[in-house]
Design a protein around this ligand. Structure first.
Ligand code: ADP
Ligand code: MG
Length: 684
């Protein structure tokens, strides 16, 4: 049997079972042995019958000394045996499992794990797990027992047997691929030991060694691959000369004073500029935390020292909103701003290109259009991206290359857990805006089911009567876009004609042309639309302070980060705002997620909660970032291991970046196998 063989080659696995395993993503022998337990049950403490503890789970070993008997009382069948372990007797019962009468063998030795109960003065062990002691090894009892995530009715016992038997068969083939040096320096056990002990740990210590090794390996593969794709972005020498950091003129124009959080980020930035290295800084700040003004101040400093600055945003709507904001301020300072977008007429573009090349345009705001070849800067001093996950390092780099190592500032609104930030942005310095500007009210969030629609609609009417505006979000699934779009459009018609007859209701969706979208948004800004029905196109940074209610339909379809982004569209003015999550989902996970939204408003806390809720699986952001699902590493908890991984992978990268050394061939092969398509993921 080879690791690459199909599971059908395993004894006991036929067509049907193999289908069930496939549903769990297990196709090959290797998949099977890398299907790690989701949990363990420590049954390693076998106790003597004389020492058993009442009302606790006990594990005992003993000989069956009575023939199993099944009696029936009404609908209940009771199967009973007695066992003896030399220190005493114990009665064991099972309910409604009459077949056990023929399974449990008289006079044989078994091990049982179950709760000890006292009933009618008799001490019994009730419905225990059991295993016969006639094999060399005990799989399901008398040890730390693995528990596999197994839906599809694949019993745990069988799982354990199949994995154990397979492991025994292929043990010798489990090869090490981590370089010796890394194993030694990080005190890691061998791969074979790890795989064996993650399934059937000899003891606690072996388990921890095994897990640490496997977590290390998983993160190491990821980190090494990322380094290969991104390289080590070392702080480059930089000839951009920022002498004047007086920002009073721009501060005087702002309608507010900076918060402490903003001032502290600004301090980081000004400090970066004073070094003769290019700045590489990420600002993480929740929606509405006031990142834009930081970008504006950096732009001001850059221009004031004689350089150009480029600001790139991921969508037209967001870029043009930024442009308005920048122009508003920089016009007052007599600094020329231009806007670049793919939608502009050729003539307009050409004029803009000329302004940029001559250096007359100082502040250049735009979409991806900014990184087109035709755009040539005169002297680019700083590059700012408002990226919300939508640009990758590659695009950022193209933009940077348009200057001579310009300073780089990246702004992101989706909070990322610390671990993930380290993996993805390990090369950036991070500043966090951790407090919202003053005067913001907490957005009240409610989670209801669809029986609440009449009340929701009345709530919206009342809000419109008071001259405030509302959003209704209808999620669309991509695969089903056409049908769903139809549903959203007809829903809007229904709302217009049957529910909100005296109000102005419009729909905005992703399939609209840009100018149509822009027109609807303009009317919404101006307050001409009371209720805006939208698919998620509004998710990305729009700012209408008069909108105070956000209804999210089928809220279960969104992840926490998206819900948080959407909710951030209200509560941007001084009026009390509300977010209503509507869902009829029965899934426990969805309900928990929505309740988390009700309970928490801080984006960073939410991101960590999300990670906690989803554990090691696919959680928000990773997919978006192109990070594959983790099998065993927990990005929430394994930060200490991650730090060691980062040191190790950087060390290796510096020695042999593309792993061409023969010693590193096994690692290289493993990485290739681990990430078949990762290179194509945009966001890396
Ligand atoms: P984001 O971080 O989501 O990009 P913005 O920069 O759009 O947030 O800021 C959100 C709102 O808060 C804007 O209307 C902005 O004018 C306002 N704002 C930013 N900083 C302050 C401040 N220090 N005091 C008061 N309002 C502020
Ligand atoms: Mg913003």
């Amino acid at each position: 049997m080879l690791l690459s063989d199909n599971i059908i080659n395993i004894k006991n696995i036929g067509e049907e079972r193999s289908k069930k395993l496939q549903k769990l993503g297990i196709y090959t022998i290797n998949d099977l042995i890398e299907y790690f337990p989701r949990d363990y049950d420590d049954r390693s403490n076998v106790c003597k019958i004389k020492d058993i503890e009442l009302n606790k789970i006990n594990t005992v070993k003993g000989k069956v000394i009575s023939k199993p008997e099944t009696t029936k009382i009404k609908h209940l069948s009771i199967t009973k045996i007695r066992i003896d372990d030399g220190t005493g007797f114990l009665e064991i019962v099972w309910f409604n499992q009459p077949y056990l009468k023929n399974t449990i063998k008289y006079k044989c030795d078994y091990i049982f794990t179950g709760k000890i109960i006292q009933k009618y003065g008799r001490t019994q062990m009730e419905t225990p797990d059991y295993e016969i002691i006639d094999e060399k090894e005990l799989l399901s009892n008398g040890r730390i027992v693995p528990i596999y995530a197994s839906t599809y009715k694949f019993p745990q016992k069988l799982f354990r047997e199949v994995i154990n038997q397979t492991l025994n068969n292929v043990k010798e083939q489990i090869k090490e691929f981590l370089p010796d040096e890394i194993l030694k320096q990080n005190n890691l056990c061998s791969r074979a030991f790890a795989i064996e002990n993650i399934h059937f740990p000899k003891d606690n210590k072996s388990f921890f060694m095994a897990r640490r090794r496997l977590v290390f390996e998983e993160l190491f593969l990821l980190q090494t691959k990322l380094l290969q794709i991104k390289g080590i972005l070392e702080h480059k020498e930089c000839n951009i000369n920022i002498k004047d950091t007086n920002i009073k003129p721009i501060l005087d124009i702002l309608p507010f004073t900076l918060t402490d959080a903003q001032n502290s980020v600004l301090k980081d930035i000004i400090n970066d500029l004073s070094l003769n290295k290019a700045m590489n800084r990420l600002i993480q700040g929740d929606v509405g935390s006031g990142k834009t003004v930081i970008a504006q101040i950096l732009a001001y400093i850059t221009v004031n020292n004689g350089y150009q600055v480029a600001i790139m945003a991921p969508t037209d709507v967001l870029a043009s909103q930024h442009f308005e904001g920048f122009k508003n301020i920089f016009d007052k300072l007599n600094i020329k701003c231009v806007f670049l977008s793919g939608n502009q007429k050729a003539k307009e573009k050409r004029e803009n290109y000329a302004l940029i090349q001559s250096g007359e345009a100082k502040v250049i705001v735009g979409t991806h259009a900014i990184i087109q070849d035709k755009v040539v800067f005169n002297n680019l001093g700083a590059v700012i991206t408002d990226e919300q996950h939508r640009f990758g390092v590659k695009q950022r780099e193209i933009l940077s290359k348009k200057g001579n190592n310009p300073h780089t500032l990246v702004m992101t609104a989706t909070p990322i857990p610390r671990t993930l930030a380290l993996i993805l942005y390990g090369d950036l310095d991070i500043s966090i805006i951790d407090k919202l500007p003053p005067g913001r009210q907490k957005i009240d969030t409610i989670f209801v089911n669809s029986t609440y629609y009449p009340r929701i609609y009345n709530f919206l009417k009342k809000n419109s009567d008071e001259k405030r505006q509302s959003y209704i979000i209808c999620p669309m699934i991509e695969e089903n876009e056409k049908m769903e779009l139809k549903a959203v459009l007809s829903y809007t018609e229904q709302l217009k004609n049957e529910v909100f007859t005296n109000y102005s209701v419009e729909c905005i969706h992703g399939k609209m042309k840009n100018d149509e979208k822009q027109e609807i948004m303009d009317r919404f800004y101006k307050g001409e639309i009371d209720i805006l029905v939208s698919t998620t196109v509004i998710e990305v940074g729009i700012n209408v302070p008069n909108a105070t209610i956000m209804i999210i339909e089928n809220a279960e379809r969104f992840g926490i980060s998206q819900l948080h982004q959407l909710r951030g569209r209200v509560g941007r003015g001084s009026d009390k705002s509300y977010c209503v999550l509507v869902s009829d989902s029965k899934s426990k996970q969805s309900k928990e997620r929505l309740n988390t939204m009700v309970k928490h408003s801080d984006g960073f806390i939410l991101s960590e909660k999300d990670l906690e809720l989803r554990g090691t699986g696919d959680f928000f952001g990773t997919r978006q970032h192109g990070v594959p699902d983790m099998k065993i590493a927990n990005l929430y908890k394994d930060i200490e291991i991650l730090k060691q991984v980062q040191k190790a992978s950087i060390m290796l990268y510096k020695k042999d970046p593309m792993l061409i050394n023969d010693l590193h061939k096994p690692l290289k092969d493993k990485i290739d196998q681990f990430f078949n398509n990762l290179d194509n993921t945009v966001s890396l």
